[in-house]
Design a protein around this ligand. Structure first.
Ligand SMILES: O=P(O)(O)OC[C@H]1O[C@@H](O)[C@H](O)[C@@H](O)[C@@H]1O
Length: 301
């Protein structure tokens, strides 16, 4: 039986939720609500698309994204977990951790009384994941599709020793043109500028884009907005349990080298990542749960 057939027999909800194998070994959940639609891959519990009704897509997915077991998807909401960026001590381990390229299982799917649809995924741990991350824990990604998209990444320490957790909802947002886009809500925060030797700088005013941009903003406040005069909307991002915000656009040369952006894909995306990274990583005590929650909303001008 294919994974989609199995999931359809356990979790399908007429008019709201169905499953489909879109490539060999690659299954997705298709969510339809009166508020909008979404597609979520079982690999990585990865939100691939979300479009609020009557609005342009909120989430960018590369036309050249590859859907294959073990490959990360260019676009959507990759989960960086349990570390962000390069591993602190072992350069052989995958950048941004392994959560985005391993299978997750669907633990629950339901229509809420207010007609939103909620999917709850749990990371499947194997010998291979334990070899990279020896700490006893669970990870859940709870995805709620409604007039806004909500993600909750919950990590519980089920062992006897504390551990350090780095993470990000590495969300690719769809925009009209990066060169005309600005981001507010980060003014007066310090950031680590990864395209300038990781120099620490202070942000003055709104963030705008004229070149490759790769920054980790520190001590951020859980509210920022992407202003998009080309699509005629702003995207409002609110969060809790997050103290860092990563802002990334590869610009043309780097995007060309990455191979899965196409020629001008980089102009139509910006990553604004709800995160706990660098000095904002979480120390998780035995028995404790950390919840990082983000909501994304499209507001027309
Ligand atoms: O190509 P990846 O592994 O998905 O990473 C994309 C980018 O992700 C961002 O979060 C990082 O700050 C960048 O340095 C990185 O290039």
């Amino acid at each position: 039986m294919s994974t989609a057939t199995e999931l359809n027999s356990r979790f399908a909800i007429a008019d709201f939720l169905g499953f489909e194998d879109i490539a060999e070994g690659f299954t997705v959940a298709n969510v339809t609500t009166r508020f909008g639609t979404a597609r979520v891959a079982l690999q990585g519990a990865h939100v691939m698309t979300y479009q609020p009704a009557g609005h342009p897509p909120l989430i960018w997915l590369s036309k050249f994204a590859k859907f294959a077991p073990g490959k990360s998807i260019r676009g959507g909401v990759p989960l960086c977990w349990p570390w962000f960026g390069a591993h602190a001590t072992d350069a052989k381990l995958p950048g941004h951790g392994f959560a985005r390229t391993v299978p997750w299982q669907l633990a629950d799917a339901r229509v809420l009384p207010d007609h939103r649809v909620r999917l709850e995924f749990e990371l499947i741990q194997t010998e291979a994941t334990r070899a990279q991350w020896p700490h006893a824990c669970t990870a859940r990604n709870i995805v709620t599709v409604g007039p806004e998209l909500e993600l909750e990444l919950a990590t519980t320490n089920t062992g006897n020793a504390p551990f350090e957790l780095g993470q990000a909802l590495h969300t690719y947002f769809e925009i009209g043109d990066i060169r005309k886009t600005t981001i507010t809500g980060l003014a007066n925060c310090d950031f680590i500028d990864k395209v300038d030797g990781s120099a620490r700088k202070a942000q003055h005013g709104a963030v705008s884009f004229t070149q490759e941009t790769d920054r980790v903003y520190l001590g951020t406040h859980g509210h920022c907005e992407i202003h998009d005069p080309v699509l005629g909307r702003r995207i409002v991002i609110t969060s809790t349990g997050s103290r860092s915000t990563v802002v990334w656009n590869p610009w043309n040369e780097k995007a060309d080298k990455m191979g899965d952006f196409g020629t001008d894909g980089w102009t139509a995306m910006v990553c604004v990542e709800t995160a706990n990274a660098v000095e904002d990583v979480i120390q998780l005590a035995p028995g404790a749960t950390h919840r990082m929650v983000a909501q994304y909303r499209s507001v027309k001008y």
